[in-house]
Design a binder for this molecule. Sequence first.
Ligand SMILES: [Zn+2]
Length: 144
Amino acid sequence: MSYLPKGLPAPMPENDGLDKPYWDATRRGRLLVQHCKGCGAFQWGPEWICHKCLSFDLDWREVSGKGRIYSWERPWHPVHPALNGHGPYIVVLVELPDAGNVRMLGNLLGDPKQDVPIGADVEAVFEPHDDGKPPFTLVHWKLA
Ligand SMILES: [Zn+2]
């Protein structure tokens, strides 16, 4: 089942391959964050260079998929025609303690009118779209 209605553009890895490891891992139900082999810093979104030490020697580390809500918003206005009649929904900015507190954006599953406590524990939920061309998996969040 899909959290979002049909008709939204499917996410695609960038043509340059930079974020391909992330998308490949989500297909296996795993969450990866870019990591610098030079200084150990995590960063998100992925870049060709480390923002902290300017090294080009980056790799990816699997993280637990457990995070906490840093911020959120509840959009009521449909930002895409496919979302007409489907609001509201909750967008969360999730901080990942086991990845240097980098933050990822995503949807919060559950009642779209629920209370959203700042700092609440959340965990990643993988939503595969096996019929996508190419197939892809979205990462959502739910209260832990
Ligand atoms: Zn670095």
